[in-house]
Design a protein around this ligand. Sequence first.
Ligand SMILES: *Cc1c(COP(=O)(O)O)cnc(C)c1O
Length: 422
Amino acid sequence: MDQISTDVLSHLGARDPEAARILAGEAERQETTLELIASENHVSSTVMHSVGTWMTNKYAEGYPGKRYYGGCVWHDAIEDLARDRAKKLFGCNFANVQPHCGANANIAAFMALLKPGDTVLSLPIKSGGHLSHGLKPNFSGTFYNIVDYDLDPETELLDYDAIRAIARECKPQLIICGFSAYSRTIDFAAFRSIADEVGAYLMADIAHIAGLVAAGVHPSPFPHAHVVTTTTHKTLRGPRGGLVLSDDEEIAKKIDRKVFPGSQGGPLMHAITGKAVAFGEALEPGFKDYQQQVVDNARALAAALVEKGYRLCSGGTDNHLMLVDLRGRDAELTGADAEGWLESAGMIVNKNGIPNDPRPPMVTSGLRLGTPALTTRGLKEAEMVKVADWLDRVMTSKGDEATCTAVREEIRSFCADFPLPH
Ligand SMILES: *Cc1c(COP(=O)(O)O)cnc(C)c1O
């Protein structure tokens, strides 16, 4: 653990031992387990400590130069820095760094582009989309008319001809691309051509692949998408938060108004500070190497799993994640069982529905695995083979206690050689 973290823990321990004990437990959990959740990462200690500062004390409703509160001179400076770095990173003219999370970025984008009742064409969550793209209980499914497109049932890939046909029929005002559990490259130009044909806006939600995009390891949604939304805490490796980007001046003005005062109050200036620092890190040359390694590692992990008889949805991966169809290995295996067994063995994963999954969402037939966090710790292709071995040993044993305990100890000592970023 870095010195600042140690100091923070002992400072907190002297004043609030109860909270300090919990934080120490979480630090130890992260140090000693393998994080395979595709949407998670380990931020640098620089980013981590930049979030816990004086910036937490201030109201800064409004935008740099136009605040509703006095005393914002340094808040203007840090938000400008974050916006400028975001624009540079993604090669666009506009950034709003205030959304508290990815879902909030999407709320602002919907409000900027649509009126209630308008039609939105998106991939449903059961096929790899995100709940903020139209799930019934979500704001998106509540206030808008959602029409689904789907993956090709055979190839499990996006079928652009089929999407075009549905778009012609339902005439949406907005088409959404960008997903939570899709392991293949997205053709943003193809989506734009469909949007243009039916007069719809195109929104690319790159929450998962933002880091890959920033590094040029996945094609950019610019100049194709009218609006790009993302989180900052997945492959982008920043603090938890959201971000909206655009190249369209008119849309940009609307986005600013729909983030504040449309859907949020005061921005989280401590998080915006962390975003500025993280975007700075992403602009460094090493970030491209990191993202390339994320993709190389995903490919290596996928190959090792296929070799052991697992079926991957769509047959593999082009990005940082893969969706494992557990039935390919053992018809009885469920995502829920595997998730529990693997956690007891020191591997943190999430169960995930596979396309057309016959099992309910709390059970599922799949696991979603990702390499961003492992790559941050310095694991490379050779270690992916080891990880696949551990995954397979635990699942083949059906969570046998002795096996899980043995793997847990192997992983604990393995993790000591790959410390969290300092
Ligand atoms: C993770 C994710 C989000 C939302 O992120 P939160 O920060 O949890 O609100 C939005 N869209 C997609 C595609 C995602 O994967």
